[in-house]
Design a protein around this ligand. Structure first.
Ligand SMILES: Nc1ncnc2c1ncn2[C@@H]1O[C@H](COP(=O)(O)OP(=O)(O)O)[C@@H](O)[C@H]1O
Ligand SMILES: [Mg+2]
Length: 318
């Protein structure tokens, strides 16, 4: 494995590793721990560190390893370019010392932000030895207020094993306890459906060992001021991806029966995953109906309600 690859996997900079390799800097127990993990050495490097660096290796604390990620969709199609871009932005970039790497996935409702964030998180769980925290901040939920950051911190602290009677009432004190609890840990923090950067800032870890993945319908400009935040704007699915999604739900046989109807449905859904799923599931519930009948039904709805952008969905989900 190249030094650059090792740097990527251990989240140390290439120049730091090169100094250790050349004897300019001494190795640390933490470096041994991360290399052990990155190289799959099964604890051999930590054993060596125990011998060679006496007194520096602390045994792992009996903290719980939270794993709060929800499952995500069973059928997930495409997005390979976006997932690769997320790798480049979140884990393959040199992060300035002392700042927290944050990636915000932005885009309109139903475009697949949460699904993408969960997909990336699940693919990278091995990189985060100490687990993953997840909170839905309900930033665009018309039925309730956005979640208070203090409430999010309360949940995270409990998940990290802090006894409820030790959790302060005051949000600022919770923030500092949260940062202390995360110090020296490698965790992924996923903050879903965020309304504003004010909702995120109190919930940020304090070290570059933790990575933060945020989803939001809005552009969170305030985050870049306090952290090393980058963003990815998510758009509609590609044509091929849309066909894959329809096919995965309605089945290959049915999709192959009328490709023109499939193409018409995809066009009408503007390749939005949420709409494609709703329509595909409706189609699945009516196995005897030819696909062209759905397109006709839709055309009729649009003629009756020409101003209803989502008339098809209302009709199809009734
Ligand atoms: N790449 C994908 N493959 C399959 N289903 C997807 C994909 N992206 C999104 N979906 C589905 O579309 C719907 C909306 O996605 P979601 O991630 O909740 O959107 P957002 O968070 O942007 O509002 C969900 O049912 C989700 O499972
Ligand atoms: Mg979402």
């Amino acid at each position: 494995m190249s030094l650059r690859e090792l740097a990527r996997r251990t989240h140390y900079s290439h120049s730091y590793l090169s100094k250790v390799e050349n004897g300019v800097k001494s190795p640390t127990a933490e470096l041994a721990r991360r290399c052990d993990h990155a190289l799959g050495m099964g604890g051999a490097l930590m054993e060596a560190a125990r011998r060679e660096l006496p007194g520096t290796v602390t045994e792992p604390q009996p903290w719980p390893r939270p794993m709060q990620l929800p499952a995500g969709p069973v059928v997930f199609v495409g997005r390979s370019a976006e997932l690769a871009r997320m790798d480049r932005l979140l884990t393959e970039r040199e992060i300035p010392a002392g700042s927290v790497p944050i990636l915000t996935v932005e885009g309109p409702a139903g475009v697949g932000k949460t699904a993408l964030a969960l997909r990336w998180a699940r693919q990278h769980l091995d990189d985060f030895d100490d687990g993953a925290l997840f909170a839905d901040l309900h930033g665009s939920d018309a039925t309730r207020h956005p979640t208070d950051p203090g409430e999010v911190l309360d949940g995270f602290l409990r998940a990290l094993g802090v006894r409820p009677d030790r959790i302060p009432d005051n949000t600022e004190q919770r923030e500092s306890l949260f940062r202390s609890a995360l110090a020296g840990r490698r965790m992924l923090v996923v903050l879903d459906d965020v309304a504003s950067s004010d909702q995120v800032n109190p919930v940020l870890p304090g070290s570059a060992d933790c990575h933060v993945l945020v989803t939001s319908r809005r552009r969170l400009t305030g985050l870049t001021v306090v952290s090393d935040a980058v963003s990815l704007t998510l758009g509609q699915l590609g044509r091929g991806e849309s066909i894959d999604l329809m096919t995965a739900i309605i089945g290959e046989q049915r999709a192959a029966q009328d490709p023109a109807a499939v193409a018409a449905i995809i066009r009408r859904c503007s390749r939005l995953p949420l709409d494609l799923r709703v329509v595909a599931e409706h189609i699945t519930a009516l196995p005897q109906t030819p696909l062209a009948a759905f397109v006709d039904e839709w055309t009729a709805v649009n003629q009756r309600f020409p101003n209803s952008q989502r008339g098809h969905q209302n009709k199809l989900t009734e």
